[in-house]
Design a protein around this ligand. Sequence first.
Ligand SMILES: Cc1cc2nc3c(=O)[nH]c(=O)nc-3n(C[C@H](O)[C@H](O)[C@H](O)COP(=O)(O)OP(=O)(O)OC[C@H]3O[C@@H](n4cnc5c(N)ncnc54)[C@H](O)[C@@H]3O)c2cc1C
Length: 405
Amino acid sequence: MSAGGRRTYDIVTIGGGIGGAALAKIMAERGHRVLVVERERQFKDRVRGEALAPWGVGCARDLGIFELLRSDCGHMLRYWNIYAGGQQLMSRDLFATTPQEAGWFTYYHPTMQETLLRATAAAGAEVRRGAQATDVRPGSPVLITIHEDGGAETVEARLAVGADGRSAASRRLGRFRSEQDPSRLLFAGVLLDDVPAPEDVFYHVAAPGMGFVAYVFPQGGGRARAYFGFHKDTGLQRLQGETGFSRFRDASERIGIPPEFYGEARPAGPLATFDGADSWVPHPYANGVALIGDAAATSDPTWGQGMSLTLRDVRALRDALLSTSDWDAAGHAYAAEHDRHYDVIHRVDGWYADIFMELGPEADARRARALPLAAQDPTRFPDPPTSGPEAPHDDAVRRRFFGEE
Ligand SMILES: Cc1cc2nc3c(=O)[nH]c(=O)nc-3n(C[C@H](O)[C@H](O)[C@H](O)COP(=O)(O)OP(=O)(O)OC[C@H]3O[C@@H](n4cnc5c(N)ncnc54)[C@H](O)[C@@H]3O)c2cc1C
């Protein structure tokens, strides 16, 4: 308790998603007093990321959570096959060609969250479910107001971590300024059962020139998360609700998802469509409040980078906090590192959008140059979204991808 009679913590995470739970677990294991405030009593399917890129697998290993997820709920996809215009553009053995020797790692998001939060509590963190952070007063200490069971309590922390996802209140509460890309892409997802598709392949179908993309990420046992992405100018209405699945399936099959992949498949959760535009806070630390994961930078889900970025944030914040007792300096060091790794992924995602999703004659001309070259030599595909922000990403990489060298 503080002199003012408030409960005190080293760290309070606002949100117990993959970011908040992973950070809380690691810092509790290091002996810190940690509170996780999580709004949901029970997680349900919010149509979120269920495929962790190989570089995210590397982060999960560094953080000591990969084995936990693998044994509890995970499934590994060794191959990544890309098809465009009815032709196979690429079949990549990710175990053999990534520095992490890993594929795309899939799981049901609500189960992953439950698994991590259980481990977080077992590591000694206090986890409050059905509790919502409603106010944050930045400073030293930070004051966080929590509503729970009809009552309100204000607690104190050395560091508050906004890990509350894509519509993060912590941005506003922490007095942060955010930026956003112009809207360009939309992205829909649905969970399916009884999917007879091969279970070791991330199946990626692009319809260059039409502004469509479809993915199937098997999770094992006949379950798969299917996504459909589209350019806002395609005229396609948002895919959602109970009647949306037949349109989702038609649209996916029309661009090349083999009809036998879906067979007798049936939705096992809601179908929802999201705006793709990135939205981010430059330098996501100030005055005792750090933002991580989607709260710091919500990346376009079309490129499946959000959870890897989130785990990279957790790693960067952990390393900064463990390196000094001056947590204000650590917060600024974290924010600088976040900006570096997010900037690489954001920039390279934009190149993929230019090649695969952009509409119009200029984009068609770019594709006509780029795609035949990439089909002959898949190393022309920039690697940061697969292997992480350390993979080459300079302008020579962009020119090689665009066939402009
Ligand atoms: C359609 C779609 C597809 C995606 N596909 C992929 C993919 O294939 N691969 C990938 O890597 N990423 C993907 N993502 C992104 C990925 O889901 C996110 O990057 C990731 O979930 C972010 O984790 P987080 O912990 O920051 O936030 P979240 O997972 O959103 O967790 C935030 C938590 O905070 C809680 N919360 C919110 N407000 C409060 C509050 N005031 N008080 C207390 N608790 C609160 C919420 O209940 C939630 O549990 C996708 C996203 C979408 C929308």
